[in-house]
Design a protein. Structure first.
Length: 277
C-alpha cells in the first residue's frame, strides 16, 4: 500500500495506516438484488426482462433471483447485459435421491451467480433452521455461487430486545458451516421479518444500528469483513431507497415486490448508483 505522503511516527502513523487499509478493503460497489418470489409467467417475464435488458449500464451491481423454471428464460434475456442471475433457494446436497431438490451445481450450469439462502419465508413456512441455512450456504460456495444469507428478527424478538442475539446466532451457523474466513465470500441481507411484505420499513436509524452491529460481528470473525456487502431487505421502494442507501454500512438492497415492476426496480438501482459510499 503506497500512501500519498510520508507517514508520521508513533500512534498517529498507525491510525493513518489502519484508515487506508480499511478504506481499500471496503465493498467495491453497491448490489441491488431482486427477489421475484413465486411470481411470473413466460409472457409476463418476457416484458419485464426486456425492459431490464434495455436499461443499459446502471452503474451498480444488479441481479434478479427468479423461480427455477424461468432460469433459462432469464439467462437468455439478460445475456450480454450487466444484470446477473440468481436463484431463490438451493439444496444443501450436491446430488442424490432428493426428489424435488435443486443443487448448487445445477444452478451454476444456468449461469447463476447468486442464490438466496435463509429467507424469512423459508425459515417460517418450511421450517428451515439455522444449521440448514449454514449447510445451504456452504453448498453454494462449494459450487462457486455467492450465497445471499438472509438474517433478521420477528416483531416479538425486536420488542424483547433480542434483535442482535438472533442475528448473531443466525450468522454463527453460517460461519460454523463455512469457516470464519470464508465469510468474505458471502452477501448478508438484513430483513426485519416484521417489515417484509407489510409496507412498513425500519427507519434509517434502526437499519444503521443493525448493519453496524452486523459489520462489527463480521470484523471479529473475518479479515475481509469490510468487503462483505450488507444489504437491506425490508420493503425497499423507489421512495425510500435513496435515504436507506445513504446509511453507513447499507451496501445495497434485496428487493421484493418492487423488483416485479421494471420502472421501480430500475429506480432503486439508480438510487444505489447515485449514493456514494
Amino acid at each position: 500500500m503506497r500512501l500519498p505522503w510520508r507517514l508520521p511516527g508513533g500512534r498517529a502513523g498507525n491510525i493513518i495506516v489502519r484508515f487506508y487499509r480499511r478504506r481499500n478493503l471496503r465493498v467495491a460497489n453497491k448490489l441491488v438484488a431482486g427477489n421475484w418470489k413465486m411470481h411470473g409467467s413466460l409472457a409476463v417475464n418476457a416484458v419485464l426482462l426486456g425492459e431490464l435488458a434495455a436499461a443499459g449500464d446502471l452503474g451498480v451491481a444488479c441481479a434478479v433471483c427468479v423461480p427455477y423454471p424461468y432460469l433459462a428464460q432469464a439467462r437468455n434475456s439478460l445475456n450480454g447485459t450487466a444484470i446477473t442471475l440468481g436463484a431463490q433457494d438451493v439444496s444443501e446436497f450436491a446430488e442424490g435421491a432428493y426428489t424435488g431438490e435443486v443443487s448448487a451445481g445445477m444452478l451454476a450450469e444456468f449461469a447463476c451467480r447468486y442464490v438466496i439462502v435463509g429467507h424469512s419465508e423459508r425459515r417460517a413456512l418450511f421450517a428451515e433452521d439455522d444449521a440448514t441455512v449454514g449447510r445451504k450456504a456452504a453448498a453454494a460456495r462449494a459450487a462457486g455461487l455467492v450465497p445471499i444469507v438472509c438474517v433478521g428478527e420477528t416483531l416479538a424478538q425486536r420488542e424483547a430486545d433480542q434483535t442482535m442475539a438472533v442475528i448473531q446466532r443466525q450468522l454463527a451457523a453460517v460461519a460454523d458451516a463455512l469457516g470464519d474466513e470464508a465469510l468474505g465470500g458471502v452477501v448478508i441481507a438484513y430483513e426485519p421479518v416484521w417489515a417484509i411484505g407489510s409496507g412498513r420499513a425500519a427507519s434509517p436509524q434502526q437499519v444503521g444500528a443493525i448493519h453496524e452491529g452486523i459489520r462489527a460481528w463480521l470484523r471479529a470473525r473475518c479479515a475481509d469483513a469490510d468487503r462483505v456487502p450488507i444489504l437491506y431487505g425490508g420493503s425497499v421502494k423507489p421512495g425510500n431507497a435513496g435515504e436507506l442507501f445513504a446509511v453507513d454500512n447499507v451496501d445495497g438492497a434485496l428487493v421484493g415486490g418492487a423488483s416485479l415492476v421494471a420502472h421501480d426496480f430500475l429506480a432503486i438501482c439508480r438510487a444505489a448508483a447515485n449514493t456514494p459510499f
